[in-house]
Structure formats: structure tokens, C-alpha cells
Design a protein around this ligand. Structure first.
Ligand code: SF4
Length: 243
């Protein structure tokens, strides 16, 4: 796998150019540039159907990297498999080195005491492994500036922690844009969204990692409620992250 993919690009210029382009044009650029070395990262969260649909419109066989930490809601797993059938997704499911049971036996309920370490083991390691094993040079993600304070300044073209390119084609989209795209294309939200879960990740036990969001709060405020933590680490990079 090539290292420091982004050193061949002017990320600021790319980001500036992409600000005026539709998400489909940005994805098309990435497909032309990286071909099969391009992937989409998806959490199969509240509105993940948008990026899954956009990306597969441009490249139907795009690799879709998703993590199964062993702590997901059962609804997420069912919804992932249903969407995969509906959209014919090329799913690449990666798991941590230990099963959920083995992890708890060895480390206890780490999400209570050290969620950063828990995410490092259960999310960041398998995600980095996925990118390396699949030979990824560029990956797409559906993060949007509106989702939280930490994402408000996200650049569309970024460098990730491995020196690969990370693109956020719908960074500028609002919740309304998302809603109308889903409506126009007959796509569903995550089934738990209607219960007030606006951002959906792990649920190792009630009250931890994913909670319901009150009206008017940031969609991601229900993640790691009670902790000074807003990201699992997949979107926090050493430099050039724009976050
Ligand atoms: S979201 Fe929670 S359970 Fe999942 S890896 Fe992070 S801390 Fe652990």
C-alpha cells in the first residue's frame, strides 16, 4: 500500500474546489483518481443510507468498510444486512481482535472508565487494519458539519492518520438536505432514529456510548454522554483533519 498518499495533492485547493461541487461530482473525482483503491466507511448510523446510495450510484461495487465491534444494537446489524441486500453492497465487515465477551473478560467494562481506550481497541485498530489489508488510498465518509461542534469546520479533503486521503462529500449538507434525499430516493433512516437516537454507535449497556437526543441538541450529543468525548477516533487525525 502506498504511504502518504496525500503528499501528492494540495488538500486546501481540492477542498476549495469541492466546496462548489455536488457530492456526486466529488465521488466521481475520487473514483477516477483512485479506482478500486477507494472505499466508503459506513457506521450504518442514523442517515448512512445517503452516502451508501450516493457512492453506489457512482461505483456500484465500491468497498464499504464497516466495523462490527460486537457492541452494536441488534437493530443496526439487521438494518446493515437489509440495506446491503437492497443496495447490493460490497460489504467489508471488520471486527476487533477479541470478541465482545473476550474483551469484557480481559478488560472489563472499559467504556465506563476509558472510552478512548475502548474505541482504540474496538474501532481504530480494526479500521486501520481494514484500510491496510484492502490497499485503500482514499476513503469516503458521510460526516456533516452540522452534526457537532467538532465537525463544524471539517474540510472536504483531509489527510487521515495513515496519510491516506479522506473525503467528506456531504460535509455541507443539512439535516433537511439529508431528509429530502432519503425521501426522493425511497431510502430509510435507521429504525432507531424515530425513537430519538439521532447518532447511533455502540450500545454496550444502557446509558453508555449512544443515548437519545433531546429536541434542539446537536445530533451527536447523545454519544458518550457524560464524557468529554465526541469522536470514536476514526475522524480525529494528526494533521490536516480540519476537525
Ligand atoms: S463506542 Fe463505546 S463500546 Fe464502542 S468502542 Fe467506543 S467506548 Fe467501546
Amino acid at each position: 500500500m502506498a504511504t502518504e498518499v496525500v503528499s501528492a495533492y494540495d488538500l486546501d485547493a481540492l477542498s476549495a474546489d469541492f466546496e462548489n461541487r455536488h457530492a456526486l461530482e466529488i465521488i466521481q473525482w475520487a473514483v477516477d483518481e483512485f479506482g478500486d483503491d477507494l472505499a466508503l466507511s459506513s457506521s450504518f448510523g442514523a442517515d448512512s443510507a445517503v452516502m451508501l446510495h450516493l457512492a453506489t450510484r457512482v461505483k456500484p461495487d465500491i468497498k464499504v468498510i464497516t466495523l462490527d465491534t460486537g457492541f452494536l444494537f441488534p437493530e443496526t446489524v439487521r438494518w446493515r444486512d437489509e440495506l446491503a441486500r437492497q443496495l447490493g453492497l460490497n460489504l467489508c465487515i471488520y471486527r476487533p481482535a477479541l470478541s465482545a465477551e473476550e474483551f469484557v473478560a480481559e478488560h472489563g467494562k472499559m467504556w465506563r472508565s476509558s472510552p478512548d481506550s475502548c474505541c482504540a481497541f474496538n474501532k481504530r485498530e480494526p479500521f486501520n487494519r481494514a484500510k491496510k489489508e484492502l490497499g485503500i488510498k482514499c476513503w469516503l465518509t458521510g460526516i456533516r458539519r452540522e452534526q457537532s461542534i467538532t465537525r463544524r469546520t471539517a474540510a472536504i479533503a483531509q489527510r487521515d492518520n495513515l496519510g491516506l486521503m479522506k473525503l467528506c462529500p456531504i460535509a455541507r449538507w443539512t439535516a433537511k438536505d439529508v431528509h429530502y434525499y432519503l425521501l426522493e430516493n425511497g431510502l430509510p433512516y435507521h429504525p432507531l432514529r424515530e425513537q430519538g437516537f439521532l447518532s447511533i454507535g455502540c450500545c454496550p449497556e444502557e446509558g453508555y456510548c449512544t443515548s437519545k437526543v433531546k429536541p434542539g441538541e446537536d445530533p451527536r450529543s447523545g454519544r458518550w454522554a457524560g464524557f468529554d468525548k465526541t469522536e470514536c477516533g476514526l475522524h480525529v487525525h494528526d494533521q490536516g483533519s480540519g476537525i
